[in-house]
Design a protein around this ligand. Structure first.
Ligand code: UD1
Ligand code: PEP
Length: 431
């Protein structure tokens, strides 16, 4: 298993290109199941999750072709891929694939909407919480799908097609909103989603569906109206920039000090995260090329944050912000309201000398004068990168084990950080 070795203490200076968003790329790829025609996605990130989803979609009959790079195109440019689901050859998504990536469960919606049947393994829990799928199933049932659970699989059928409905989500769910958007696009009649997720990735999916011929109004607001159509077409769409990757590197710069341009990053996708960073002492300027983040001289101030659905502070940046707060001059409180168990990084940060006390859904972080390098273990994607941020500021060497978690969501992380002066290298396991 690969490891990452970091020697802390270097300020970050330079340019970091921001990749296409994992959490937009995945539902966009899944949406290709809705049409016989080719969906072309540009600015695709090269990530383990994307590669796994390629395999899962291939199992259903999606032909996946990667366009070659144009002459002179930078290595930092995202890939362009063509996905064509001419025929769906298999409507089953098996346990061994779905259990490895939760978002793959979302194939249920396009499969049942297009084919009238699907058999998709329940995804199970994961390191950050139990993560039930009851609201995704509720949405599909409202749209007329008949659902049974058999041997760990959701067996869905809608022999006469799905029918538009009013769907009120009792809780904001990104996956539930993606599911309802995809299914309702091919349902007969009108669907209204209430308390829908407003995350930018939902808007990105809706934009692509609209290019494919879907009739969707209100994406990005709590109420979304979808007028179902008989069939969808091919389209070309560029994946939005990754706001979580951008926020992560912004927090790394705030931690080490320095001056970095996050090329391609957009402030409107990340306002709550940027506000917290400015309170912590970073300066952020929006430029034509992206976001410039600097922290010079002054130390890190403690800031309290509470995670909540967009546009509030994102849960996917909670671990990274906690890493930053471990060096603040004072006490901060970080409250996690989305996932019940998203504090696996606390024990690992403590190994570097962080002082964090957990009280229910709140972590109370007392900033330490310094952190010291140590061997640590990555436990999930964002927890892993929080250890990278802490290690960049720790004295001496930190080795992060199980970095396959990082590869799920951060493209060329070592290269991007090394380009800004960080002392970071991947130690590739032999064999
Ligand atoms: C691939 C992807 O895009 N993943 C993101 C997506 O995950 P995901 O779509 O799985 O997260 P949700 O927004 O659905 O989950 C939000 C909350 O709702 C609960 N819930 C969800 C569905 C359901 O049927 N029942 C239920 O109770 C969850 O347990 C959680 O407490 O949004 C999360 C919240 O922004 C992010 O952290 C993940 O990075
Ligand atoms: C939790 C995340 O991803 P997933 O929903 O795929 O587990 C994440 O991107 O932080």
């Amino acid at each position: 298993m690969d490891k990452i070795k970091i020697v802390g203490g270097t300020r970050l200076n330079g340019v970091i290109p921001i990749s296409g968003a994992k959490n937009a790329a995945l539902p966009l790829m899944i949406a290709s199941l809705l049409t016989r025609e080719t969906v072309t996605l540009a600015n695709m990130p090269l990530l383990a999750d994307v590669m796994l989803l390629e395999r899962i979609l291939g199992n259903h009959g999606v032909d996946y072709a990667i366009a070659g790079k144009r002459t002179g195109e930078s290595v930092d440019a995202g890939r362009t891929v063509h996905l064509t689901a001419r025929e769906i050859v298999d409507t089953t998504a098996p346990y061994d694939l779905v259990s490895r990536m939760r978002a793959s469960f979302w194939v249920l919606a396009p499969l049942v909407a297009r084919c009238g049947e699907a058999r998709v393994s329940l995804p199970g829990g994961c390191a950050i919480g139990t993560r039930p799928v009851d609201l995704l199933l509720m949405a599909l049932e409202k749209l007329g799908a008949k659902l049974d659970i058999e041997n760990g699989y959701v067996v869905a059928s809608a022999k006469n097609g799905l029918v538009g409905a009013e769907i009120d989500f009792p809780k904001v769910t990104v996956g539930g909103t993606h599911t309802a958007l995809m299914a309702a696009s091919l349902a007969r009649g009108t669907t209204v989603l209430r308390n829908a997720a407003r995350e930018p990735e939902v808007v990105d999916l809706a934009d692509c569906l609209i290019k494919m011929g879907a009739r969707i109004k209100g994406a990005g607001q709590s109420t979304i109206e979808i007028e179902g159509v008989g069939s969808l077409f091919g389209a070309r769409h560029a994946v939005m920039p990754d706001r979580i990757e951008a926020g992560t590197y912004a927090m790394a710069v705030a931690m080490t000090g320095g001056d970095v341009l996050l090329a391609g990053a957009r402030a409107d996708l990340l306002q709550a995260g940027l506000d917290a960073l400015v309170q912590a002492g970073a300066s952020i300027t929006e430029t034509n090329e992206g976001l410039r983040v600097t922290r010079n001289g002054a130390g890190i101030s403690p800031v309290d944050v509470t995670t909540a659905p967009f546009p509030a502070f994102p849960t996917d940046l909670q671990a990274q912000f906690m890493a930053l707060m471990t060096r603040a001059k004072g006490v901060s409180r970080i409250t996690e309201t989305i996932f019940e168990n998203r504090f696996m990084h606390v024990q690992e940060l403590a190994r570097l000398g962080a002082q964090i006390k957990l009280e229910g859904d709140t972590a109370i972080v007392t900033g330490a004068d310094h952190l010291d390098g140590a061997p640590v273990m990555a436990t999930d994607l964002r927890a892993s990168v929080s250890l990278v941020i802490a290690a960049l500021a720790a004295r001496g060497e930190t080795t992060i084990n199980r970095v396959y978690h990082l590869d799920r969501g951060f493209e060329r992380l070592e290269k991007k950080l090394r380009g800004c002066g960080a002392e970071i290298e991947r130690i590739t396991a032999a064999g």
